[in-house]
Design a protein around this ligand. Sequence first.
Ligand code: TEU
Ligand code: CA
Length: 555
Amino acid sequence: MNRTFWKEAVVYQIYPRSFMDSNGDGIGDLKGIISKLDYLKELGIDVVWLSPVYKSPNDDNGYDISDYYDIMDEFGTMADWEELLAGLHKRGIKLMMDLVVNHSSDEHAWFVESRKSKDNEYRDYYIWRPGRPDGSAPNNWESIFSGSAWQYDETTGEYYLHLFSKKQPDLNWENPKVRHSVYDMMKFWLDKGVDGFRMDVINLISKVEGLPSNGDAPLADGSMYFMNGPRVHEFLREMNEEVLSKYDIMTVGEAPGVTAEQAIMYTGENRKELQMVFQFEHMDVDSGPGGKWDVKPWTLPKLRSILHKWQIGLAKDGWNSLYLNNHDQPRMVSRFGNDTEYRLESAKMLATLLHTLKGTPYIYQGEELGMTNVKFDTIDEYQDIEIHNMYQDKVVRGRADSGTIMAAIHTKGRDNARTPMQWNDQPNAGFTTGTPWLKVNPNYVDINAEKAMQDPNSIFHYYKKLIELRKQNPVMVYGDYELLLEDNEFIYAYTRTLDDEKWLITLNFFKDPAELTLPAHLEEAEKSIVISNYSEEGMHPNLLRPYEARVYKVK
Ligand code: TEU
Ligand code: CA
């Protein structure tokens, strides 16, 4: 067994805008994070993934970068950032930065130059095309944030491509100067001591030549022409050779639309590209044919078959990243658990899944407290550009009624994950002394870090224990995964095996008790509980209580 740090690590994602505000302007900042480093140490995580803190006009909360070499004014200064890095390192915690290089901000100096004239030396840093003969956009691709993916620019009479908002023009990776500018910037941060990168939509950087339309509809999904495009592996290998291979770091590429087979191409041991990808299949388990906002109930068999496919698909080569929510997704306990009566039990059950599948677990801030989705009554209370553009596109244009869309926002909207971190029961959950940029979830009075840390039975302490267990038991990291009870509608059960060590995991995903019938050899085997979200008192060998999770050591 080859021990590898990034396989053994537990990662914690910080969304800085919502983590902790130090100066009362209502916006989380670097000094705020610094004030909470002991909290992270107490939890026991190994790595922080920091969502973007670079200079940005914040059209998409920092995912639109106007200067890759500087810090966002609202978040602080480079000196604050250096203090944060030192504070993490002092506590033995590594720092992964977000690398957003599929696009920049339209306020980035490169784009400011690029739009000036067709012969500007930065013109080819972005993707410019003339309109079609009838004057319409160069093709019919729809932006991921609604509307056309093209914006007309009067200065030169051409359109530029933006797969996300019109303030996020796509960089032209076909241009070697763009690639080398990105590599130089990566080296700048690595030389400052960062320990890795989470790469934003990195599988979208290569577009099919000619940028063809998808069919004849005015707007259509063009992802077959820009997801996992023709040169993406070539670009990543080049990046690896020029930058990544020269440092001992962690890498994870965000990769919407990637299959397990394709993931091997990105993360295979001999591919020399990335270590892990974030896949999205399990995040689509509650989406209908109309996509993300066409909300459909999920089922355990479907969720399990996806997770299982990834466990098997990456068993021999490649490595899984494990996540159940992040800053773009609804809260895990509201989506896959029960955020009312069984919030505690179901959050712990899902935590058990996260830490006992094979792969590297990623915890999103507040998950360790069992933070839940939020329901704002009016669209104005939401801040997210994806939500607003979609609402505009569907409701304001009269294509859907506001009730249906508000319900979809309550279930799927990204602001569910972005409400401020709930530190205590003081006003605004102790996040700020001012007015928070996004309202806090009113349930902070009950759900907060201070309370959780005092209660040995809290979700926080359960996470802490899972993280500790991972450090003591290589089976949690390296053990082979094997699925059990594959037809069971209510229980997800599997084993993890490393040499003589075998663990059995049984998870009830529902609020009704579920009958547990194990294969005979496991039924008969002597077993002891390693961790469970219920006390052993009243534990029935053949019945799982509501959302009961058990991890057994099989003797
Ligand atoms: O997200 C990319 C992505 O494809 C989706 O998760 C997207 O955020 C959306 O939810 C689709 O419905 C990354 C970042 O994580 C996200 O915050 C950014 O907005 C986006 O890229 C653009 O940089
Ligand atoms: Ca602040």
